[in-house]
Design a protein around this ligand. Sequence first.
Ligand SMILES: [Fe+2]
Ligand SMILES: [Fe+2]
Length: 264
Amino acid sequence: MKVLFLGDVMGKPGRYAVKEFLQTNKNIADIIIVNGENATHGKGLSIKHAQELFNLGVDVITSGNHIWDHDQAPQLLRSNPCVLRPINFDSKAAGQGFYLIERSTFSCLVVNVQGRLFMPQLIADPFTAMDQVLTRYGLKRNTDAIIVDFHAETTAEKQAMGFYLDGRVSAVLGTHTHVPTADERILSKGTAYQTDSGMCGNYDSIIGNEKMSALKRFTSVHEKSAITPAEGKGEVRGVLIDISDQTGLAKSVKRIKSHIAQTH
Ligand SMILES: [Fe+2]
Ligand SMILES: [Fe+2]
């Protein structure tokens, strides 16, 4: 089973880049997962933009801290179980943190979980949250693959999660920092891992935001300035994983980098 996972889609350049990439690579994977927490102008995900991603063949949309930025988030999360928010938010939060894709020949559990270090929201322990999911689902027990989107800020917390879940899930893929790391590999017990999958968006930016508006955050902290997403051309970043039908563990992991997509 091949799984394509794309990192945080950032605004219009990200949406266009994903569209072009998926339209020109139609049979790249059996399952496509995209992190959509910044797809709508950098702030969450509208119902319309979620539908656009699904229309391109995306199976599950994961998210993170920014999912709540958009006022349609509760409605979207309640109405579509294929849009996830991190599992370790308060149980009263709208939506769910995992979804089981069931096809005639295979199944794949997608889990979205958020880190705690340097993150803006008070949430439950992500490691315990993953243990709870894995008491319910197991590789080759009741699912053929388990893909984890770990939405976290620090490298160490992400590596810790990779180590913690090694051999228990098919892949642990980081999101949130918007910069792809060059450490994609298969861990010692067979789990594919990459600290951060990167961003689908405009890389001539500061993590997807227009450079001057983002720079002011660091140089003029006394002034209030709105940060706006970068316009222009976008690129796709992500990872393609081949998963063993026999074990549910990874056979290969490959970084994905597209050419620069036109926005129109
Ligand atoms: Fe993000
Ligand atoms: Fe985030």
